[in-house]
Design a protein around this ligand. Structure first.
Ligand SMILES: Nc1ncnc2c1ncn2[C@@H]1O[C@H](COP(=O)(O)OP(=O)(O)OP(=O)(O)O)[C@@H](O)[C@H]1O
Ligand SMILES: [Mg+2]
Length: 263
């Protein structure tokens, strides 16, 4: 069976009992979603090579909340983009539930992005002429087994803002619409690149609460990028990135309630 066909059969919702029969990726395969080994990324710009990732090894597990912490330029977005199938590594391997994402080609990556991943970025990228409900419906209309836009917006606490346009919403509310849009197709993976980067602390907390709740209630593997060390406490696991390397990994025995975070 071709790789593309295998990926086309990926389960669209978390379902540990439906692991692919092909190529278990580790002894703990029932829990492992991603396995990266020796990931390198080199950007070639003119005569200058920029090494953004210098050999990253990591495993991500079903349902965990991971914070990826690092200074500006440390390679966080590069890593997240590769995990989400938006980019490919220059070298190394990346496997998702036994499928090879580093060598699978564009069709594989498209299927993977479409069926398995939701993205949230610092800027919300909502369509200004569409209401909150319509922005989410753009995704639910093309997803195979989506939740209703109203349900997705309810999960981020926006049931009372369904028919508001982005210009009628606060920054935090707009970001929560973007989160609803990302999770409405019920992805197994939610990747967030500095989701609170444009927000003040209080508003940022409401956005993090929405992300934490999605992770807890839907079991979505959630990766949150930040350079804000205070956010580490909300995670199950924290990966510290520096100069294209993971230099430290820490585990939190208990996740701290997002409401109590301060920065
Ligand atoms: N498309 C690109 N072309 C060339 N160099 C790039 C490109 N994207 C990123 N880089 C370089 O790769 C390195 C890592 O960038 P990356 O965006 O992953 O960092 P980051 O940790 O997300 O930083 P920030 O916190 O500022 O968003 C940086 O030195 C950056 O200049
Ligand atoms: Mg970045």
């Amino acid at each position: 069976m071709s790789l593309a066909m295998q990926v086309g059969q990926m389960p669209r919702r978390p379902n540990p009992s439906k692991q692919p029969s092909a190529a278990p990726i580790s002894p703990t395969a029932s829990q492992t979603i991603f396995q990266a080994r020796g990931l390198r990324k080199v950007y070639q710009t003119g005569e200058l090579d920029v090494v953004a990732l210098q050999g990253v090894d990591l495993d991500f597990h079903m349902g965990e909340l991971v914070v990826l912490l690092g200074a500006s330029g440390s390679g966080k977005s590069t890593l997240l983009n590769i995990l989400g199938g938006l980019d490919v590594p220059t070298a190394g391997s990346l496997r998702y539930k036994g499928w090879d994402l580093s060598g699978g080609g564009e069709r594989t990556l498209t299927q993977f992005r479409r069926n398995c991943v939701g993205f949230v970025f610092q800027f919300y990228n909502l369509i200004p002429s569409l209401t909150a409900r319509e922005n989410v419906a753009l995704i639910t209309e093309i997803a195979p087994d989506p939740m209703k836009p109203e349900d997705a917006l309810d999960r981020v606490g926006l049931s009372h803002r369904l028919d508001h346009f982005p210009s009628q919403l606060s920054g935090g509310e707009q970001q929560r619409v973007a989160i609803a849009r990302a999770i409405a197709k019920k992805p197994e993976v939610l990747l967030c690149d500095e989701p609170t980067g444009a927000l003040d602390v209080t508003t940022g907390i409401t956005v993090l609460e929405a992300i934490e709740r999605i992770n807890r209630e839907l079991g979505t593997l959630t990766v949150v990028i930040t350079h804000n060390a205070a956010m580490a406490a909300m995670a199950d696991r924290v990966l510290h990135l520096s100069d294209g390397h993971i230099i430290k990994e820490s585990h939190n025995e208990q996740r701290v309630d997002v409401k109590t975070l301060q920065w």
